[in-house]
Design a binder for this molecule. Structure first.
Ligand code: NAI
Length: 341
């Protein structure tokens, strides 16, 4: 049977309303890079989330003010700010979920891979601290290039003896959010009904929307399929260019990450049937050790990596074409930790 992702299709407000009766556990979320373009709106959305009880905001600067500001919102979430490496341990201690958008974003003309040299070290350093202070937490990595930062995190955790593949998640949910929006608009469908799975990775041609598996079923000509796939793959670059040097997607990313975080907390709380697409350790495509597909979220993080279903001929060709890039970007991350330059 097809895994229908009610989480993908439903807007946050409707989800909140329909889940009002749910049991709430005490849940601490640590947000690393909380003063940044993604961090601030994501912190706001987490402060509004009824499944969060404690929100720990960490950055290398400007985060105490963000925490003070946010703490005045009259929601029950307890907020605290932590600045610099000496306060990172306290930020992480007891966290159930660690969300990481720390690092530099793209400027016009850059690929996500161009961020590697700066962001690889940032992610490695933060993950070392997570391994030490919150080894039990689910970790969600937003920092680009996700295709490499997730393997960096995995190798770092392995070296420290605390790697659990169920608890390491590369956040690709913005690709699904974009695909849902663009397909809804193109076909005049209600946004809340549309669910487009997106598989592969999170960079250029590795972003593969499965338009043939869209809910509700929609048909595209080959030309339309290609145009829609290009539009979804290039959406991040469109934002980078429109912001003209002042950053990349932040608000839509915060929205997508907040949804991913909420789904993860629902899974941790034992809510059944919570599916999201995410970039995780996977055997779905034998050539690559990490791959984004729909996953089932549960009490330990990723409860099950779902398959990718039946692809049409356009999608099969796109999958074959992306593998060398994805494989290379994953290997670059592994090498950064295993064979440092
Ligand atoms: P930003 O520059 O506005 O914010 C980044 C924040 O990270 C800053 O506050 C900075 O002080 C902080 N930071 C830097 N080094 C740190 C460290 N060692 N520890 C803690 N904090 C540190 O950037 P923005 O727009 O928030 O983007 C963040 C990352 O998210 C970028 O790598 C970007 O490429 C990525 N991104 C990922 C997306 C995805 O779909 N996964 C979508 C959009 C952006």
């Amino acid at each position: 049977a097809r895994q229908v992702n009610g989480r993908t299709a439903a807007p946050a407000v409707a989800v909140r309303a329909s889940r009002r009766s749910l049991r709430c556990e005490a849940r601490k979320v640590a947000l690393l890079g909380a003063a940044g373009g993604i961090g601030q709106p994501l912190a706001l959305l987490l402060k509004m989330n009824k499944f969060v009880t404690e929100l720990a905001l960490y950055d290398i600067g400007n985060v105490v003010g963000v925490a003070a500001d946010l703490s005045h919102c009259n929601t029950p979430v307890k907020v605290a700010g932590y600045t610099g490496p000496e306060e990172l341990g306290a930020c992480l201690k007891g966290a159930d979920l660690v969300v990481i958008p720390a690092g530099v974003p793209r400027k016009p003309g850059m690929t996500r891979d161009d961020l590697f040299n700066t962001n690889a070290g940032i992610v490695k350093g933060l993950i070392e601290a997570v391994a030490k202070h919150a080894p039990q937490a689910v970790i969600e990595i937003i920092t680009n290039p996700v295709n490499s930062t997730v393997p960096i995190a995995a190798e770092t955790l392995k070296a420290l003896g605390v790697y659990d593949p169920k608890k390491l998640i590369g956040v690709s949910s913005l690709d699904i959010v974009r695909a849902n929006t663009f397909v809804s608009e193109a076909r005049g469908l209600d946004m809340k009904d549309v669910d487009v799975p997106v598989i592969g990775g999170h960079a250029g041609a590795t972003i593969l929307p499965l338009l043939s598996q869209t809910t509700p079923a929609v048909t595209f000509t080959d030309a339309e399929k290609k145009a829609m796939t290009d539009k979804i793959q290039n959406a991040g670059t469109v934002v980078v260019e429109a912001k003209a040097g002042k950053g990349s997607a932040t608000l839509s990313m915060a929205y997508a990450a907040a949804r991913m975080a909420e789904s993860t907390l629902l899974g941790l709380n034992g809510e059944p049937n919570i599916y999201e697409c995410a970039f995780v350790a996977s055997e779905v495509v034998p050539e690559v050790p990490y791959f984004a597909t729909k996953v089932l979220l549960g009490p330990q993080g990723v409860a099950k990596v779902m398959g990718m279903g039946e692809l049409d001929s356009f999608e099969k060709a796109a999958l074959q074409a992306m593998i060398p890039q994805l494989k290379g970007e994953i290997q670059k991350g592994i090498d950064f930790v295993k064979n440092p330059p």
